[in-house]
Design a protein around this ligand. Structure first.
Ligand SMILES: Cc1cc2nc3c(=O)[nH]c(=O)nc-3n(C[C@H](O)[C@H](O)[C@H](O)COP(=O)(O)OP(=O)(O)OC[C@H]3O[C@@H](n4cnc5c(N)ncnc54)[C@H](O)[C@@H]3O)c2cc1C
Length: 249
């Protein structure tokens, strides 16, 4: 699995214009824009600019927001991550996170899956006999997929469909045999509160190795991009690999 940071939000000059219009000042650090947007949003709540600006650094300001649980302010920061080479099984778990996330996933109707890859489950290498069976089963699945992909030419009930809809139908039939292990690609935009929630409930589940790897990968991207918004987590290593653990009480 590979993860890529695609975008994050920016602080435009509207904030400076607003401050000028109100004759206010805001002394802030030279940090990433999502952190500045969050600080600006928090300060708007109390209009704590100029004389009323008590906490000086953005880092201190954001850590205070996190400590107080003023979490809705974190929703103003957003990060778009592209995930490539994860299983359909993992992607199904990810899209269960409904709040604060947007998803765009590779289609199995519009994309030809005859060259689909399968992600080998963790631990299979330790059992060569089982691994051989798993690989044989993958090959058989792919063969079945390819047979079904050409089937609607032989099903008269669908012969009136135009070429595009025939293709959609045949790919729908064919994908019915593709397993949870099928490789997929998904682009996910989430706000900082949503990403933190995901890391805190998914990052350290012992038996879910792919989810752990996913959480470690996105946590590293997010932390690198915004150290203050993603403070309060740590990466731990155990016999199964690495995972993300919340350090907040
Ligand atoms: C260990 C584990 C096992 C799981 N097993 C299963 C399973 O067997 N079957 C299954 O279907 N799912 C399972 N899930 C998925 C789980 O039920 C959630 O759907 C998923 O983790 C998303 O979490 P969430 O609802 O907190 O996130 P989001 O959907 O992003 O919601 C974020 C938060 O918003 C609030 N919220 C969201 N929607 C509502 C609402 N309608 N009403 C009130 N508050 C709301 C809640 O506080 C929620 O925590 C499992 C998850 C874990 C971590």
């Amino acid at each position: 699995m590979k993860v890529y940071l695609i975008s994050k939000n920016t602080l435009e000059d509207g904030m400076s214009k607003f401050l000028r219009d109100r004759d206010l000042s805001w002394a802030h650090d030279n940090v990433c824009d999502p952190e500045l947007v969050v600080e600006a949003a928090g300060r708007i709540c109390y209009m704590s600019f100029g004389d009323k600006q008590h906490r000086k650094t953005t880092k201190e300001y954001i850590s205070n927001i996190l400590r107080q649980g003023h979490d809705s302010v974190l929703e103003h920061a957003s990060f778009t991550i592209l995930v490539d080479g994860l299983t359909r099984a993992l992607s199904h778990q990810l899209v269960r996170h409904r709040i604060g996330f947007a998803y765009s996933q590779l289609s199995q109707q519009y994309h030809d899956e005859s060259a689909a890859e399968f992600v080998q489950p963790h631990g299979l290498d330790e059992n060569p006999e089982l691994k051989t069976q798993w690989l044989q089963w993958c090959a058989a699945t792919r063969a079945m997929h390819d047979s079904l992909r050409s089937v609607n030419l032989k099903v008269s009930a669908f012969s009136h469909l135009n070429a595009k809809e025939q293709q959609r139908h045949s790919r729908s039939m064919a994908r019915s045999v593709l397993p949870n292990a099928t490789c997929t690609t998904i682009m996910i935009t989430g706000n900082a509160r949503a990403w933190r929630h995901l890391l805190s409930i998914r990052g350290d589940i012992e038996g879910d190795i792919e989810m752990r790897e996913y959480c470690v990968s996105i946590y590293q991207l997010l932390l690198n991009s915004s150290p203050s918004l993603f403070s309060g987590f740590e990466i731990i290593e155990d016999g199964l690999g690495r995972y993300v653990r919340s350090t907040c009480q």
